[in-house]
Design a binder for this molecule. Structure first.
Ligand code: AMP
Ligand code: MG
Length: 495
């Protein structure tokens, strides 16, 4: 499609929508109440069966680089923007995912299955409460229609329950929205879209000019860095960081084959589609953001016509990344004072965490129980985090003991007391994240008509940094049955 950024389209009429869950907090953001969510009208509007008066739903056109290659035009193949809501000084675009075909569906059906919808719904809200920039989720519904899917792409398609998530964000514009216009050499529409984005979403930068385009790119860079550092902090692996899945606002977007680190491993990705190259593995995410920013720079270049200032911004990202990373890792260790050896201390820890299959969430949360007095043995404090404690023996054990000695010595430099450090660390290191098997348990139970696990997880994940002793069963290592189970640690791209 040329000369346009979106196409008007109506959501599909669904057979028998039914509500599984809604986010009270998001309803409140939109100026709605819990009671509103129980109405017949809510069911109709948030399933796409009824269009609100004076609104014009549309699907967006975008392109993208997928797994390192230009993939041409993609677009909202199964997402439809319903309308925008202004409330409490914020602007929310509401989008239904899985509401039927659009002009961008190519040969797919525009639908979403229950399992991927539950995953998107729970994870967007969990990420928000973890303090990670993200799109939000308003509601999760069953469409009442059956959807045909081949889960493992091995020639065994089967019918699954269809679902629709309503997600919300200030805007859903992506890097790929600009790339498609540059690829079409349509500088006029490109300028219209960049100007629109600045006017509505980067208003503080002032009216568009070459200088403002550079300021805009610089801020997208800063926001994307902030987002990816937050992912690394909580152990989130996006799984499919194609440029069409990069928000121009620096929000985590498109929860597909994402996963959470259980065993700390820079080389891990949950996405089976990417298993050969592991391009989007945990440890590579900050570099991929840079690669994606380079593609965005190329896309907006025609408006700037000077490569140097764009390159300078990308160079600054490369310089800021290690600084931001070390700062984040120091915060996970509760280190606030300066010490030139901190980089090394972090590197040694990362190596040890990887040579000892260690649960990331449990390790960092437990670490806050250490004290400066060396009266507590570090290894015993974090022992719950090891998947194979019997292997922490010999040389490995003495390396761990050495590391803890160094760390405890380093803690002496800290002005904050043990109690203060613990309180601080517990605002950085979550106790509860959406472990891969937890989402799968929610999926299995909804499939049987039981919505209680979704509600339970949703509530726990609203307070991921709180102790919640009553929910301690979710502060546990991944059970053995989930290690290599499809849906738990192995997911494929589209569903
Ligand atoms: P994703 O990997 O989910 O980011 O999707 C990549 C592209 O495929 C996007 O343009 C999606 O809109 C499109 N897509 C994925 N699944 C479907 C589907 N079931 N129907 C139509 N388009 C889809
Ligand atoms: Mg996508």
């Amino acid at each position: 499609m040329r000369g346009a950024c979106f196409s008007y389209v109506k959501p599909k009429h669904t057979a028998k929508p039914s509500l599984i869950h809604f986010s009270s907090e998001m309803l409140n953001e939109l100026g709605l109440s819990d009671e509103d969510a129980t109405s017949e009208e809510f069911l109709k509007v948030f399933s796409g069966n009824e269009i609100l008066p004076n609104t014009n739903p549309y699907a967006m056109c975008y392109g993208g680089h997928q797994f390192g290659n230009w993939a041409g035009q993609l677009g909202d193949g199964r997402a439809i923007n319903l309308c925008e809501v202004k409330n409490k000084g914020k602007n929310w675009a509401l989008q239904l995912k899985g509401a039927g075909e659009t002009p961008y569906s190519r040969n797919a059906d525009g639908l979403a299955v229950l399992r991927s919808s539950i995953r998107e719904y729970l994870c967007s809200e969990a990420m928000y409460h973890l303090g990670v920039p993200t799109t939000r989720a308003v509601s999760l519904m069953l469409s009442g229609d059956a959807v045909l899917r081949d889960v493992l792409y091995n020639g065994n398609p089967d019918y699954e329950k269809g679902a629709i998530v309503c997600r919300a964000a200030e805007s859903f514009i992506r890097f790929g929205s600009f790339e498609i216009l540059a690829a079409q050499q349509d500088d006029k529409t490109l300028k219209t879209l960049v100007d629109y984005t600045i006017k509505h979403h980067y208003t503080h930068l002032g009216s568009p000019s070459k200088r403002v385009y550079l300021d805009f790119f610089k801020e997208v860079t800063a926001r994307s860095l902030k987002m990816v550092i937050a992912w690394q902090r909580v152990g989130f692996v996006h799984g499919v960081m194609n440029t069409d899945n990069m928000s121009i606002l620096g929000l985590t977007i498109d929860y597909g084959p994402y996963g959470w680190l259980e065993g700390y491993d820079h080389g891990w990705t949950p996405n089976t589609t990417d298993s050969a190259n592991k391009r989007y593995r945990y440890g590579n995410q900050p570099q991929i953001v840079l690669w994606n920013l380079l593609k965005l720079a190329n896309a907006i270049y025609p408006l700037i016509e000077e490569a140097k200032p764009l390159e300078d911004i990308l160079t600054a990202y490369q310089e800021e990344l290690p600084v931001a990373y070390v700062k984040m890792m120091k915060s996970k260790l509760g280190l606030q004072e300066l010490d030139k050896e901190d980089g090394l201390l972090i590197e040694e820890l990362e190596n040890l965490l990887q040579s000892s299959e260690t649960d990331m969430t449990i390790f960092f949360r437990q670490l806050s129980n250490l004290n400066k007095a060396k009266s507590i043995d570090g290894l015993s404090i974090v022992k719950e985090a090891f998947y194979a404690p019997q292997e922490i023996e010999g040389k490995l054990k003495s390396q761990w003991l050495d590391w803890f000695l160094k760390y405890q010595k380093r803690l002496e430099k800290e002005i904050a007391s043990d109690a203060e450090r613990k309180a601080f660390m517990n605002t950085i290191n979550p106790k509860y994240v959406l472990r891969n098997y937890m989402a799968q348990l929610a999926i299995d139970s909804v499939d049987k008509g039981d919505y209680s696990v979704v509600s339970e997880l949703f509530m726990i994940l609203e307070k991921p940094y709180s102790e919640q002793p009553e929910n301690i069963k979710w502060f546990a290592k991944r059970p053995e049955w989930a290690r290599n189970k499809v849906g738990c640690s192995m997911l494929s791209c589209s569903s």
